[in-house]
Design a protein around this ligand. Structure first.
Ligand code: SAM
Length: 278
């Protein structure tokens, strides 16, 4: 069987996937786009040689990215999703019936088109009337989006190339400006196993902007290092405390997961003081 080799961007490791069938291959203005079928994971979306999602396990990532901060908020109405061109995060955000508006800011329109065609269960909520699609750089959008946002969720590619603008102090400051006083920011921040320096740096830079900063982690089979982290910045509320009970349909996230997902205090201290021994 043909193989696809993913080269993990920050470590000298390659992951190999059997290719049952190549379904789509093209180059957009921004990146290479590939969709192939794997016997275990089903359809897989790859951008610039990096696996973005698989049909089989995408819900772990999308649920954990969206619901932790949205349930730590008492009444999220206006949300910005940056990146996430496949639509998975937008689908999860719209499960909250408090939501009135989602700005969906994806730089590459071709990713949205590809997901509509090959991942309809992931892209299924993109056409909801509450969603406004903006095809532009998220860092530019956030500079001018007002001051009444309840949550900003970054669902970008790894912090390299044009996604780098989404991991800077300047960007985090613009986010803080557009959030309400009880607003939340969340972004993925790579693996605690393979990229602990990136995890720490993201926490540090966020800490220069937000009074409350935290980190949670969840296992994801298809991202290098698997123990995948999410960085939260909050203007006042504690992301560990749920403000509402989870009553939506999910496959992984629930109240109990929320209470266990944050990095324990001792481990967090070691991470931040550079004392993690791996
Ligand atoms: N879950 C995935 C992961 O972590 O591997 C991310 C999936 S989603 C497809 C990532 C999207 O972020 C891509 O479609 C990419 O075009 C978009 N993106 C990257 N940088 C961006 C930026 N500066 N502004 C808006 N969208 C961006």
């Amino acid at each position: 069987m043909m193989k696809f080799f993913e080269i993990a961007p920050f470590v000298h490791i390659q992951y190999a996937y059997d290719i049952e069938k190549i379904l789509y291959k093209s180059r957009s203005e921004f990146q290479d786009i590939l969709v192939f079928e794997n016997p275990y994971f089903g359809k897989i979306l790859v951008l610039d040689g990096i696996v973005q999602l698989t049909e089989r396990d995408e819900f772990f990532y999308h649920e954990m990215l969206a619901h932790v901060v949205l349930y730590a908020h008492p009444n999220p109405k206006k949300v910005v999703v940056i990146g996430g061109g496949d639509g998975g995060t937008v689908r999860e955000v719209l499960k909250h019936d408090t939501i009135e508006k989602v700005y969906f800011v994806e730089i590459d329109e071709e990713v949205i088109k590809t997901s509509r065609q090959f991942f309809p269960q992931v892209a299924c909520s993109i056409d909801d009337r509450r969603v406004e699609i903006k095809c532009m750089d998220g860092a530019e959008f956030i500079k001018e989006c007002g001051h009444d946002i309840d949550a900003v969720i970054v669902d970008s590619t790894d912090p390299i190339g044009f996604a780098k603008s989404l991991f800077t102090e300047e960007f985090f400051r613009s986010i803080s400006n557009c959030l309400k006083d009880d607003g939340f920011f969340v972004t993925h921040s790579e693996s605690l196993l393979l990229h602990k320096e990136i995890v720490r740096e993201t926490q540090e830079v966020l800490g220069q902007v937000f009074p409350v900063v935290d980190c949670y982690a969840t296992p994801i089979a298809t991202y290098p290092g698997n123990w995948w982290t999410f960085a939260v910045g909050s203007k006042s509320l504690n992301p560990r405390e749920m403000k509402r009970k989870c009553e939506i349909e999910t496959r992984y996230y629930d109240d109990e997961i929320h209470s266990h997902v944050f990095v324990p205090e001792g481990l967090y201290k070691k991470l931040m003081s550079g004392k993690l021994k791996w």
